[in-house]
Structures are given as C-alpha cells and as structure tokens.
Write a protein that binds this ligand. Structure first.
Ligand SMILES: NC(=O)c1ccc[n+]([C@@H]2O[C@H](COP(=O)([O-])OP(=O)(O)OC[C@H]3O[C@@H](n4cnc5c(N)ncnc54)[C@H](OP(=O)(O)O)[C@@H]3O)[C@@H](O)[C@H]2O)c1
Length: 291
C-alpha cells in the first residue's frame, strides 16, 4: 500500500519546498494541487477518504499549505467538514511554514528556560509565521506584542490570533526602524518574522538593552531582519544576549516538518496544526542535527 500525500496549496503554483519535504517525510508519492480553495477542495477530499479500506486509510494524508494563512485556514475547515464517521484521513496544516517555523523558533527560545512572565515582541509579526509565533510565545506564558507597518493590518492579525487561540496580543504600529526600536523597550524576547531580506532592527538598538535576553530572526535572506544576528546562530552569545538565526533553528523546522509528515501515515484521524506541531517540536528540540 503506497503512502500517498495530497498537497493542497492555496497559491497558484504549489510549493516545491513542501513537495520535497513530503517525500523526505516518507510519502511514496506527493500529488501537488495549486489554486485550492474552500469551494473546490471538497471533491479532492472525497477522493482521499472514499478510496481505501478503513485499515488502509492511514496510508493517505493531506498537507495544506500556501502563502495565505486565512485562505489556508478556510481550506482546512472545508476539508474537515467533508470528514464524517470513519471517512477521514490525517491532515497537516502549515501555510507558508507557519506552524513548523514558529514552533522551531519558539521551541528553541523556550528550550531549558521558562518564558513565563517575559515580555516578547514579534517584529513584523502580521504574516503567517509571526502570528503563529505570537500565539506560541503566549502559550509559554509570555505577554506578547506584535508590530507591523500599519495599525489596521497589525490589529487584524491580533484579532485573528484571538479568534483562533483565545489569546490577547498587543498591536503596535511601527513602520520605521526608530519605532521598532521603541517597541522593544523593556522586552525580554524579540523575534523578527519579517518578509525575506527586510531589515527591521539595527544592532545599536538592541545591544545595550538592560532587559533583552533572547533574540531570534526567522529571515534567512540577507540582510538580516535583526542586524547582528547571524543566520547560523543557535544559542550564540553576543552583548550578553542569546541569539538564534533562521538557519540555526531551521534544522529543527525541517526535522519537525518531516516528522509531521511521517506521523500522518501512522493513523487516519490526526490533525497537525499549531498546538500539535509545537508539542512535537518540544520533543525534538536540541536533538536534531544540522540539515
Ligand atoms: N527559518 C526558517 O526555517 C523559515 C521557514 C519559513 C519562513 N521563513 C522566513 O520567516 C519569515 C516570515 O515568514 P512569513 O511568511 O510570515 O513572512 P511574510 O508574510 O512574507 O512577511 C511578514 C511580514 O513582514 C512585513 N513586511 C513585508 N515587507 C516589509 C517591508 N518592506 N518592511 C517592513 N516590513 C515588511 C509585513 O508586515 P506589515 O505589512 O504588517 O508591516 C508582513 O506581514 C520570512 O523571512 C521567511 O522567509 C523562515
């Protein structure tokens, strides 16, 4: 019985990254569909749930990805709506790598230490990775603020986090470097989740902070999101702070993504979303080799 992964991508062109990791996670075949939405996914799901005997359904899995988090969430809801009784297969949800990337970053930040009571600021956190990271930092007990260039965009992201996780995240409008510098005042943790190659914070803005303990940058494309954090940093020490770069926690992100794909084929009723993926990250952190 071949392990079949159906990759449903909300973008027109399905992600090659997600396709490769589908194979590396153990699928025998990955069928990638682009332009998937809540209206057209139903027939695809029916094909996945009605074709194999109950004992064999675990050999079929669904991965939902794409650059648009709300669109991905709508597809996830539509997929789950199609399931009934034993007619279901396991599903992983990871639009733009939001759950695996945020889980890897936050699992490293929380590794061997408590984040409870800390103030965390997610810079440029209105995207998929930032939203999930904010929720996970709050889950670890931190009070979380999220910055972005426009108040309505940041507030909408915070509202989505509240609707999905029941967590209150402060919205901070900070379009300039100076305003982002002010936003991290009194923070203990700064996580940058800006778009690739966007510089958000200068080293001089954080190096002398009396409160900052941990900095992490999800952006792997130069220039860095946080100047002074190297992409390969994984617990490096600088100016008395502990640093994590995109490649530094990227090894865990990849291992986690592969492990999630492998899990899909262990049973037919698994949902791997933020909570489940983060729980798995906590079991893997500190144990993965570099990719
Ligand atoms: N390390 C890993 O393993 C890994 C895996 C996946 C992704 N990533 C990286 O993680 C980061 C976050 O991913 P994502 O998909 O959430 O990002 P995204 O949606 O592309 O961008 C995140 C936010 O960046 C802000 N932004 C965009 N252009 C900007 C500009 N010119 N100046 C200032 N802010 C700007 C936007 O916020 P506002 O419009 O609200 O300002 C946007 O919501 C990316 O750098 C991505 O490459 C890393």
């Amino acid at each position: 019985m071949k392990k079949l992964l159906y990759q449903f991508d909300t973008d027109a062109l399905p992600s090659v990254f997600d396709n490769v990791v589908g194979y590396d996670g153990g699928a025998d075949h990955v069928a990638a569909y682009g332009g998937v939405n809540a209206d057209n996914v139903g027939a695809l799901v029916e094909g996945a749930i009605f074709t194999r005997a109950q004992k064999d359904k675990k050999h079929t899995g669904i991965f939902i990805g794409g650059g648009n988090l709300p669109a991905g969430e709508a597809v996830l809801a539509a997929v789950r709506k199609k399931f009934f009784a034993k007619f279901r297969v396991s599903v992983m949800f990871d639009s733009n790598g939001c759950n695996t990337t945020a889980s890897a970053a936050v699992a490293w930040l929380a590794h061997g230490r408590s984040l409870a009571g800390k103030r965390a600021v997610v810079l440029a956190g209105s995207g998929p990775v930032g939203q999930r990271a904010a929720a996970l930092l709050a889950h670890e007990g931190a009070s979380v603020a999220l910055t972005g260039r426009k108040r309505d965009v940041v507030q909408a992201a915070c509202d989505r986090i509240h609707a999905r996780f029941g967590i209150v995240v402060d919205a901070i409008e900070a379009p300039t470097s100076a305003e982002r510098g002010a936003a991290i005042d009194a923070a203990h943790i700064v996580l940058a989740t800006g778009a690739a190659g966007v510089a958000l914070l200068e080293e001089r803005q954080w190096q002398d902070s009396a409160t900052l303990e941990l900095l992490a940058d999800a952006n792997a494309s130069p220039p860095a999101g946080i100047e002074g954090v190297s992409a390969g940093d994984r617990g490096a020490s600088k100016h008395g702070k502990i640093l994590f770069g995109a490649l530094g926690f990227g090894a865990l992100k990849l291992a986690l993504h592969r492990a999630c794909i492998a899990r899909l084929f262990e049973q037919n009723d698994l949902l791997l979303d933020a909570e489940e993926i983060y729980a798995l990250a906590k079991t893997l952190v500190g144990k993965t080799a570099t990719p």
